[in-house]
Design a protein around this ligand. Sequence first.
Ligand code: SF4
Ligand code: SF4
Length: 346
Amino acid sequence: MTKKFGNLKIVSFGGRAGFFAEKHFPRLTSKLYLRYIRLVSARGKRGYIDRCLAEGSAPLMCVEVETINKCNGVCFFCPNNRRTDRRPTQIMTEEVFCKIVSDLAARDYNGIFFFNGNNEPFLDKTLCDRIDYARGKLPLARLEIFTNGTLLTDAILDRIAGKLDLLLINNYGENYTLNEGSKRAIAHYRAHRERYGDMEVIVKYRYVRQLLTNRGGEAPNKKNSSRIYRSLCLVPFEESYIFADGVMGLCCNETRRLVEFGSVTENDVFDLFNSPRLQDIRRQLAQGRNHCEFCKYCDYESRGQRGVVWIRKYADKIKNRRRNAGSPSGRSPRFLRSLYHEIVKS
Ligand code: SF4
Ligand code: SF4
């Protein structure tokens, strides 16, 4: 279900009925959700994984940067919700953040740059400055933020309007209603639409107790079973996850940090992403989840970013052509951006 106003979308999975089903039939909806993702992401997975292994490297398509390791949310499926997370607070230093951006800028990075991981990014009071910095250094990258929206103020919205490619507000709640932060963001967009330019704002209704995946054993509301899932996991082939101290981890689910690949302060981000240790893990995962200790019983599924590769290729071509022709924004056309969303973010 989608309501649209310019680049603002208010979405939900199945509207009120979907929300009701998630609330009252959690096991059924979790099963259906996983089946659906497996179905839509299965095509070409094996071929893609084999190609990455044969080439000895994987293209970096997505960087998730946790500039602060805390959240004020209480989502029952998330290991980092404020009720269960026991980690001491850590905020990424400016030095580490700039190093990540400069490594990406040196290679004209054109993938997705997330200013969030398993956290609430706006708890980081320097986030707006970091967005300005990254926007200046990474003109080709897609800058995105996923937030629970609770900390959004008019002052913050004024600062970020038009600077990101996507602001996605997960409107978590017990009921199918909009939270104050979501209402504020919608009103701000409606009042200042021209300042947002091509930036998309999506508000998504989410049930806060939703049963999703076991996240390798870390989801508080879904424990591992002894079932081993046969579907291949693409996450370490496409995405890198950087913790607040600058260390690259396995994925957004591995928050206990049992598997780490080194710090970005001493290594280039791309070198870490294709380090021998990460390649080893990819080889193990290519044989099946059970070949990698942490992943053995994980039922997490991602739709993957592969679909964006060709879109990005053509979008970049058009962007460059527009820049050369003197267009100030050089942004890719609307249909490519919406196609991207259909494939990756729906
Ligand atoms: S899902 Fe997001 S908002 Fe919810 S507790 Fe986890 S990090 Fe916080
Ligand atoms: S199987 Fe699960 S824990 Fe392992 S890399 Fe994939 S998502 Fe992460």
